[in-house]
Design a binder for this molecule. Structure first.
Ligand code: SF4
Ligand code: SF4
Length: 353
């Protein structure tokens, strides 16, 4: 990492203000409803920025909003043929460039899971692509990871650069910024100062100590390989999911969950097609039009969540669909721990009743 820039604490708000003139800049900021942990919001002057605690929400909504209008449509009846109706629709909106500023390395890696799902299959999602093409990710190393973090068990660490365009490293007087991609190096032209030798050295030390700052235990790779051995073990899944409330908090906060549902809202001949987040933990997630639900119990739904993240997705895309951010552990109202369930897959004789 040779090219580096420096922004002091005092200059940061002005940098974000200038960036906001070119792009929508999402930053972690404290909100009235989350006074102890920040959430990602578009930057506005006077915001209470906080880069230290792990934000409650990930930054996934920047590229995959919780709800969005995909298109507007209008039905037109043919005047000459009574049974013929034509459907007309408007092209998708043009999206503004976005900058995710100060997310965790795990959130930056989370976008790589989205890229596999939305960009690299036989169908490319045009809405995600339009946003992703105009997006830049500035991640910050975590000198003090959250107690729930386990990025080390899924092939990463708190100073990981994968998925980031720029890495920011907190030092006493501000942040040292390194451009990691072409886009990232271009971005650094917005930051005029270069770090002093002392600041560069301090950043090197912060980076090195952050790299080993999370104790995640052993990699989950070996345990995850036992998923199919456990697949039909109903007692195992019931035992480990009994407490789950099917509330969906884990999926909504997860930076790698990308399931959605589509609904058409109509008013006379006009209408709009809406996309909104869905969650595999909800009872009706896989319910078919006939009323049949192939995953009627929470044990089956949780098994699918574990299988998707740690077995099916890695088999197809070569990486876990979990970046170890720990939000699902931290915020689950009944303390469910997906990591503990994956670890239990490989256990031999266990009594679950
Ligand atoms: S947050 Fe916890 S209780 Fe809610 S669906 Fe997820 S695992 Fe179940
Ligand atoms: S499954 Fe949990 S730990 Fe893994 S990325 Fe999602 S919220 Fe984070």
């Amino acid at each position: 990492m040779n090219n580096a820039s420096f922004v002091s604490h005092a200059e940061l708000a002005d940098l974000l203000r200038r960036l906001s003139e070119q792009a929508e800049v999402w930053v972690p900021t404290r909100q009235a409803m989350t006074p102890h942990r920040p959430m990602f919001r578009p930057f506005q002057a006077g915001m209470d920025l906080d880069f230290q605690p792990m934000p409650v929400t990930s930054a996934k909504g920047v590229l995959f909003p919780q709800g969005e209008e995909l298109l507007k449509f209008r039905k037109e009846k043919s005047l000459s043929e009574a049974t013929v109706t034509t459907l007309l629709w408007e092209d998708p909106a043009v999206f503004r460039p976005t900058i995710v500023f100060g997310c965790r390395p795990c959130d930056a890696r989370g976008f790589l899971v989205f890229d596999r799902a939305f960009l690299q299959g036989s169908f490319v999602d045009p809405f995600y692509k339009a946003r992703r093409d105009k997006n830049l990710v500035v991640s910050m190393v975590c000198p003090e990871p959250d107690a729930a973090c386990f990025c080390g068990a899924v092939g990463s660490h708190p100073a990981d650069t994968e998925g980031s365009d720029v890495q920011m490293i907190p030092v006493k007087e501000g942040y040292v910024l390194h451009g990691l991609t072409e886009k990232g190096q271009e971005f650094l032209k917005n930051v005029e100062n270069t770090p002093s030798q002392a600041q560069q050295e301090e950043a090197r030390q912060v980076w090195t100590s952050a790299q080993g700052s999370v104790d995640s235990g052993a990699s989950l790779t070996d345990d995850a390989q036992h998923f199919f051995k456990r697949f039909a073990d109903t007692a195992f899944w019931r035992f480990h999911t009994e407490r789950c409330l099917s509330c969906g908090v884990c999926t909504y906060l997860c930076p790698t969950c990308y399931c959605f549902t589509l609904t058409d809202e109509t008013n006379g001949v006009h209408g709009e097609r809406l996309r909104s987040w869905d969650a595999c933990m909800f009872h009706h997630f896989t319910q078919e039009a006939s009323g049949h639900n192939p995953r009627p119990t929470k044990a089956e739904r949780f098994r699918n969540r574990v299988g998707h993240k740690f077995s099916y997705f890695p088999e197809k895309h070569g990486r876990f669909a979990c970046c170890g951010c720990g939000r699902c552990l931290r915020h689950c109202p009944v303390g469910m721990d997906i990591r503990a369930i994956v670890r239990a897959l490989g256990e031999s004789e266990e009594v679950h009743d």
